[in-house]
Ligand binder design. Structure first.
Ligand SMILES: Cc1cc2nc3c(=O)[nH]c(=O)nc-3n(C[C@H](O)[C@H](O)[C@H](O)COP(=O)(O)O)c2cc1C
Length: 186
């Protein structure tokens, strides 16, 4: 099983990248030891801001195709969303806008678990809710969501793992439901 994971953030210290990397590792170590996980970094997919004029003049950048193909090759996708002013980070939105010009159903048929975290009590729930509602329109098979509030209290920076056993159990449960849904479909 090929798992693609990434944080929808371009911060080098991204807390969402830490969370999604932890979730990916839990999946590969505790749920499906044969799974192959690839965690990509949005900084490797930075492109000019999408515009219709740019697209008409120079076409869709190769990087957008690279991202699109990575999604298409994956069996499962995990994304952890950074919340910027209640919505997606510009880095993710730009990448998604370019990729959607190849085919708007970027996540076609992919079972997905959507995560989000923030330093505050909101746990980036606004962006998570909006992603969970909108991604199915773009082909995603959203199997669950997981919001982690107060990241710095709930995540051990040295150990790179969740502190609270209940939160950890909740995440494992959601990851395990996700892999079961993929195995059932295969
Ligand atoms: C421009 C900007 C807007 C933000 N807006 C929100 C917000 O609406 N809600 C929220 O919970 N946090 C907000 N934050 C704080 C982010 O949750 C915080 O920077 C977090 O670390 C982002 O995730 P990342 O580290 O994975 O990039 C904002 C941060 C920035 C820089």
């Amino acid at each position: 099983m090929n798992i693609l994971s990434f944080a929808a953030s371009n911060s080098r210290q991204s807390i969402n990248k830490q969370l999604v990397s932890h979730a990916s590792l839990m999946l590969a170590e505790q749920i499906d030891t044969e799974a192959r996980v690839e965690t990509i970094d949005l900084n490797d997919y930075e492109m000019p801001i999408y515009s219709v004029d740019r697209e008409n003049e120079t076409g869709i950048p190769a990087m957008a195709h690279r991202f699109f193909n990575k999604v298409r090759e994956a069996d499962l996708v995990l994304i952890s969303f950074a919340e910027h002013n209640g919505s997606y980070s510009a880095a993710y939105k730009n990448l998604y806008d370019w990729a959607s010009r190849i085919d708007m159903r970027v996540y076609e048929g992919k079972p997905m678990l959507l995560l989000a975290t923030s330093p505050g009590p909101g746990g980036a729930r606004n962006v998570l809710k909006s992603a969970a509602e909108s991604l199915p329109h773009f082909g995603a098979d959203v199997r669950g969501t997981f919001s982690l509030e107060r990241f710095h209290d709930n995540f051990d920076h040295d150990e790179q793992r969740l502190v609270d056993p209940n939160l950890k159990a909740e995440l494992i449960q959601k990851l395990s439901e996700l892999t079961k849904s993929q195995q059932a479909a295969a």
